[in-house]
Design a protein around this ligand. Structure first.
Ligand code: AMP
Length: 192
């Protein structure tokens, strides 16, 4: 399996977020899962890559060239793909993966997650989307998405697009057991 992970670049977040990132990284190595991520060397991104490398797992970074030019690329990650733009990078994240996991993060992480949800709603991306809700970090987003549904901006069936899990140990099971999704979801993307 190949899983894409979105997470924070910030190094100043509480240690519990680092601990959750580390646990998830170890779960992936144990299950022989390859990881694709943003290629950053610091924050939760850096810790994810360090843990995977330290435990003998596989991780690939995808980063726009301009970030490499300011030396944001993780020094120990050897498998790298450099893109011209952020848009190209985001498209490549979703290419040929078996699922997507979002850890806590800032606007970059939220933007990537919401784009993936939107593409899934339109049937352009069909893989599981798992949101790791460490410390209830994503409770407000969950409420917002549920409000979109209760106020008819989205359909009840869209609840099947994502799964919020509280612990890193639940992530792989959630990927494996995610409801199937296909291109036909475009038929109920918008309420008529
Ligand atoms: P955020 O969750 O706001 O920290 O955003 C994570 C995203 O921000 C990544 O996917 C990158 O697009 C970008 N980013 C910000 N800082 C860095 C960094 N130092 N290294 C790599 N990517 C970064």
């Amino acid at each position: 399996m190949k899983i894409c992970v979105y997470c924070a670049s910030s190094a100043k977040v509480d240690k519990s977020y680092f601990a959750a990132t580390e646990k998830l990284a170890k779960e992936f190595v144990k299950a022989n899962i390859d990881v694709v991520y943003g290629g950053g060397g610091i924050g939760l991104m850096g810790h994810l890559a360090d843990t995977i490398i330290d435990h003998g797992g596989q991780i690939k970074g995808i980063m726009p060239k301009f970030m490499n030019e300011v030396e944001w690329a993780h020094k120990r990650v050897t498998d790298f793909e450099f893109t011209d733009t952020m848009h190209e990078r985001k498209a490549k994240f979703l290419d040929d993966i078996d699922g997507l996991v979002t850890l806590a993060g800032g606007s970059g992480t939220l933007e990537e997650l919401l784009e993936a949800i939107t593409l899934k709603r339109l049937g352009q991306f069909t893989k599981p989307i798992i949101i790791l809700n460490t410390n209830g970090f994503y409770d407000p987003l969950r409420q917002m998405l549920e409000k979109c549904i209760s106020e008819n901006f989205m359909d009840e069936r869209h609840l099947q697009m994502w799964d919020f899990v509280e612990e890193p140990e639940q992530v792989i099971d959630s990927i494996i057991n995610a409801p199937s999704w296909d291109k036909d979801s475009i038929k109920f993307a918008t309420k008529q």
